[in-house]
Every structure is written in structure tokens, then in C-alpha cells.
Design a protein around this ligand. Structure first.
Ligand SMILES: Nc1ncnc2c1ncn2[C@@H]1O[C@H](COP(=O)(O)OP(=O)(O)OP(=O)(O)O)[C@@H](O)[C@H]1O
Ligand SMILES: [Mg+2]
Length: 420
């Protein structure tokens, strides 16, 4: 956006509107220019599309950017002289094998000459009844070589029809064996592919398994940079690192905080976003968070016993170093908990409270897995971790030292784990 010499109210309003369009915390991305990072996943998926008979399963935690990546992929496939035909169906829990393919077939068309006129029809019109596996294999075999068909079956974890899931798995294998050049990409939430495909092995034999991890700091940096630059605004270093660290690799949080911080700067009539804008954004994001996050946090931290320090403990959990899937061990909580309450605390001191966080009484704010003495925990809902951090900042539980670490570029985690 070109910077006018002196902005009037109308200019600031326009800028705010434009910010609202490019920060999209609630919807998958469709604009390639605003898509940040993810080059290794895109490259892998592009290789899959290029190779006949190969398909993909794109999986990962909720909200990490699976749908956006699947949708943007089409723009990264060198199309000339061929053209990419892209179809996507987000599965809903009432879907069956047949209803999924009917939806996909609604987007696929064929031409028919009628009275000297060429008319386009949806393939779905050919199937008033149920769609069978043979129908799908036949239809996917009829694509011309001049097109690159990509079919995305998204939100696969919603597919409750076990028999249908078996059929789908067999279909993908059969499409592969028939050497069709259509690529099917199954997308869904899961820590691993087995979680997602629930034992339907044939799907994995011909599919590349592509993990969508949380975003790296440099990818979140790109996400923010692309947007603020497009607005002609500057994001101050401290403000940027605060957003990045609080986002915990979740792009939707970076969008929400980024948008709100931009709005705060605009209301100050400034083109530079500074740390106090991010603090305002934290308050606004906490206030507008989903009611379920708020009530689970309340259940988890509500206590008559001041000694329990449950708010401090849950904040320490949100600061703990985790593995790639968000799991942490009690020992990882020691350093942040000690830092927050300002006195050394051993695992025995908080272990029973930690376990209680994984019960209904505490809103199941955490999940627990593993044997006694080797328990691991993680936040049940991914968005809870940044929410807890923001609540911790608001409540002043994260002190100045931790706050300065929070703004430090070279530090990707607030605390490294130490043993008890
Ligand atoms: N590479 C990216 N660059 C910028 N923003 C992104 C990127 N990937 C995702 N986003 C943003 O992150 C949010 C989540 O993206 P998306 O809906 O694609 O995730 P998802 O993994 O499909 O989520 P779910 O598990 O809920 O289906 C959206 O606000 C989207 O705009
Ligand atoms: Mg999605």
C-alpha cells in the first residue's frame, strides 16, 4: 500500500479494513502471496502430484495450517502446458463413502453437445443413486493428460463410517494400481498416520505421509512480515518476537495477535507496531477467546487453597519445553514453575496437581499418557497453551526477566528444561 504524505481519518479506516482482510485468524489461506513458509511440505506434495500412482496423507495437530497448505499447493504446481484441476471436500461426520464422492463429482464436469451447443454438466448428475468404488476408479481414469487433477479429502478425522473408510482406502490403492494420474490427498488431524487412518493400511501403501508441524519462528516471522509490509507498516523487533513466542507455532494466534496489534497502532495513528500494541492485543485476544477456553481455564485453576498455586502451575506448563507433538514431562515444568513462584520446587511438590489437571474436575485442561513415573502431559486443546500464556502475562505471573526473554530473538523457548 502506497503511503500518503499525511493520512486523514479515511486513510486510517482504509488501512484498518485492509488489515482485516489480510490477517485471517479464522479461515484457511487462499492467497499464495500471503502464504508463509512450508516450502518442504509443498515440495514433497508437489513431487507426489508429479508421480503417477502416488498419493498423500497430510496430518498434524489442529490449526497448524493443513487446509491452507493443501489449498495453496495448486498454485505451486507448474501448470503450463497442463492445467491443475483442484477439488476439495471437507468431510462431515454424517458423510459416507458415496456422499464424499458425490460432493467431489459435483465439482467435476464434462461437456456434452446438445442441439449443436456444447453444455457443461457435473459428473454428479450421472449418479442419482449411490456411488460405488468402481464408479470412482472409472471416473478418475477418464481425466485427459492435459489436466493435473488433485482431489483433497479434508477433515478426514470426521469420517465416522468405518466401512466407508475401508472402501476409501481400497479405492486409493486401486486408483494407484490403475496408474490414474489423479492425486488424492487425505488431510486430517492426528499425531501420526495410524491415528488418522485407523488401521486401513492399504491407503498408506501408496501414500506419502506428510507431517504438518507447528510453524517455525522464521515462518511466523514471514507471516507477519508479509502482512505488515503489504500495509506499509513496520513491526518493531520486541513486538514481533512477543507475537512469535506467544503463538507457539500456531498461525491462527499469530494472525489474531498481529491483527489486533495493527489495530492498536492504527488507533494511535502510528505506522509502527510496538510492544505496547501487542500487550493491548493480548488483552483483546484473551477477552475474545472462545468461552470453552475460558471455562476450562477457570475449572483448572479455581482453588480455595492458595498454596496450590494452580494458575502458576498451569502457566509453567504452558512454558515447558515440549516434543514436536506438544508433550512434556513433569521435569520440564520444574524450571518455569520455580521461576514463576520465585522458589525452587521439586516434582513431588506439584506432581499430583499436574495429574489432577488431566481429570474432569480440572476441565481436562491437560491430557496424560504413559506409565506411572513416566507420565507425559500436553494441553488437550492446542489453543489453550497460548491462551494460558496470555492469561499469565495479564496476571503478571511472568516476571520482567521472563518477559525480556520473551522478546529475545535467539531464544526459541522461554526456558530450557532442567532436571529436578
Ligand atoms: N503458511 C501460512 N501462512 C500464513 N497463514 C497461515 C499459513 N497456514 C495457515 N495459516 C493460517 O492459520 C490458520 C489455520 O490454518 P488452517 O485452517 O489451514 O489449519 P488446519 O491445520 O487445516 O486447521 P484444522 O485442524 O482446524 O483443520 C488460518 O488462520 C490460516 O489463515
Ligand atoms: Mg483444516
Amino acid at each position: 500500500m502506497k503511503a500518503p504524505a499525511r493520512r486523514n481519518d479515511e486513510d486510517w479506516r482504509t488501512l484498518k479494513f485492509h488489515a482485516g482482510q489480510i490477517f485471517t485468524p479464522s479461515s484457511p489461506l487462499t492467497v499464495a502471496e500471503l502464504f508463509a513458509g512450508r516450502s518442504s511440505q509443498i515440495d514433497l506434495l508437489a513431487e507426489v502430484v508429479a508421480e503417477r500412482g502416488r498419493h498423500a496423507i497430510l496430518y498434524g495437530e489442529p490449526g497448524v495450517g493443513k487446509t491452507s497448505t493443501a489449498m495453496i499447493l495448486q498454485h505451486f504446481i507448474p501448470s503450463a502446458p497442463q492445467t491443475v484441476h483442484f477439488y476439495r471436500h471437507p468431510v462431515v461426520s454424517s458423510d459416507t463413502y458415496s456422499s464424499i464422492w458425490k460432493e467431489v463429482f459435483k465439482g467435476m464436469t464434462f461437456n456434452l453437445e446438445e442441439n449443436g451447443m456444447i453444455r457443461s454438466h457435473a459428473i454428479a448428475d450421472l449418479y442419482p443413486g449411490e456411488v460405488t468404488q468402481n464408479d470412482v476408479i472409472r471416473e478418475l481414469s477418464t481425466f485427459k493428460e492435459s489436466v493435473i487433477p488433485i482431489i483433497v479429502i479434508d477433515e478426514y478425522q470426521q469420517f465416522k463410517d468405518e466401512i466407508g473408510a475401508g472402501y476409501l482406502s481400497e479405492t486409493i490403492k486401486a486408483v494407484s494400481d490403475a496408474s490414474c494420474h489423479a492425486t488424492i490427498i487425505v488431510v486430517g488431524v492426528g499425531d501420526n498416520v495410524d491415528d488418522l487412518v485407523r488401521g486401513h493400511k492399504s491407503i498408506t501403501r501408496c501414500s506419502e505421509e506428510v507431517l504438518m508441524p507447528r510453524m517455525h519462528n522464521d515462518e511466523l516471522h514471514d507471516l507477519l512480515w508479509a502482512r505488515t509490509t503489504q500495509l506499509g507498516m513496520k513491526l518493531d523487533g520486541d513486538a514481533k518476537w512477543k507475537i512469535i513466542t506467544l503463538s507457539k507455532g500456531l498461525p491462527a494466534i499469530a494472525h489474531a495477535l498481529g491483527k489486533s496489534a495493527v489495530n492498536s497502532a492504527i488507533s494511535r495513528r502510528s505506522m509502527t507496531i510496538i510492544e505496547s500494541d501487542v500487550d493491548k492485543a493480548i488483552a483483546a485476544t484473551v477477552a475474545s477467546s472462545k468461552q470453552t477456553l475460558k471455562s476450562v481455564y477457570e475449572d483448572a485453576t479455581n482453588s480455595n487453597q492458595e498454596r496450590a498455586k494452580l494458575k502458576h502451575l498451569v502457566t509453567a506448563c504452558a512454558l515447558a519445553k515440549t516434543d514436536a507433538s506438544g508433550w512434556f514431562a513433569p521435569k520440564d515444568v520444574v524450571a518455569p514453575f520455580t521461576n514463576i513462584i520465585g522458589a525452587h520446587r521439586r516434582i513431588d511438590h506439584f506432581n499430583s496437581n499436574l495429574k489432577e489437571f488431566a481429570t474432569a474436575k480440572r476441565g481436562n485442561i491437560l491430557q496424560m499418557k504413559g506409565e506411572e513415573r513416566a507420565h507425559r502431559f500436553r494441553f488437550t486443546e492446542v489453543a489453550m497453551q497460548p491462551y494460558v500464556l496470555m492469561k499469565g502475562i495479564e496476571a503478571g505471573l511472568i516476571d520482567k526477566k521472563a518477559m525480556s526473554i520473551l522478546s529475545s530473538p535467539e531464544q526459541d523457548d522461554l526456558f530450557s528444561s532442567t532436571s529436578s
